[in-house]
Design a protein around this ligand. Structure first.
Ligand code: BTN
Length: 257
């Protein structure tokens, strides 16, 4: 089990995780972090759990993870940004996790739009950003992060899922990885608050292998095909299609090769 005391013991962050909740089991760390946010909990609050009974994925899906094996946590932020910048927080989280995983394991992490991190082209991490908007400002953001750390097997419908231990061939210290991720989230958040979001986007871009590739994006009942060419300022994916460039803000991406 993750131990709150062990994590807080030598956690060198200024903001992220200074207030930390660790549960053995919870419905969803995102749901809990949103309740805490509504109750006025401070920025940087982190909710982690060894197991979720109703883990949430993107597009209304479930996030399934075996108990005591993975990292399942949510971070509450109250960024001083306008609402158009809210979508950029997914990229911030992705870059932070990628950096921490690379430093802990030596593996090379790929970013896939909109919210996935891959190893050997298989997903090991998903990010679920839930924003609370008030007119033109972001009241708060909850960033939910699920990292497959030591899980060995996955549901047969998740053929493109992997874990750090599957890729490395050995178990990974969850608490050590968690602290590294919190440290990166802390450092990168300072960059965002100092107006350096572009650096984060450019780092995300440099880890993304979708550019120049033919892809399809499925949204509701529609599928759009084209060549991925870049990110818009708001974090949408720009596709070159026969009808001109289109910016996509949600959907499932399949790379056609
Ligand atoms: C996705 O890829 O669909 C996003 C998955 C996000 C899962 C994490 S696990 C911790 C946090 N709590 C949740 O209920 N979901 C996120």
């Amino acid at each position: 089990m993750l131990s709150k005391e062990h994590i807080l013991n030598d956690l060198q962050t200024d903001l992220i995780g200074r207030k930390l909740f660790v549960f053995e089991s919870i419905d969803s760390t995102n749901a809990c972090a949103k309740t805490l946010a509504e109750a006025g909990s401070e920025e940087g609050t982190v909710v982690a759990a060894d197991f979720q009974t109703s883990g949430r994925g993107r597009l209304g899906r479930a996030w399934l993870a075996e108990p005591n094996t993975n990292l399942l946590f949510s971070v509450l932020l109250r960024p001083p940004s306008q609402k158009h910048a809210a979508g950029l927080l997914t990229f911030y989280a992705a870059v932070s996790v990628a950096r921490a995983v690379e430093s802990a394991t030596g593996l090379s992490v790929e970013c896939k739009w909109p919210n996935d991190l891959l190893l050997s082209r298989k997903k090991f991490c998903g990010i679920l950003l839930e924003n609370s908007l008030e007119k033109d400002r972001l009241a708060y953001a909850v960033i939910g992060i699920g990292v497959n750390v030591n899980q060995r097997s996955f549901d047969r419908f998740l053929s493109s899922a992997t874990s750090l231990s599957n890729e490395l061939g050995k178990a990974v210290d969850r608490a050590d990885l968690f602290k590294r991720i919190l440290l990166e989230l802390d450092a990168q958040y300072k960059s965002i608050c100092a107006g350096q979001s572009e650096r984060i986007l450019s780092e995300w871009n440099s880890r993304c292998r979708m550019y120049g590739q033919e892809i399809t994006v499925s949204q509701h009942n529609e599928t759009i095909s084209g060549t991925a060419v870049g990110l818009s300022d708001e974090g949408g994916l720009i596709l070159r299609t026969p009808a001109g460039n289109k910016t996509i803000f949600a959907g499932d991406v399949t790379i056609l090769n």
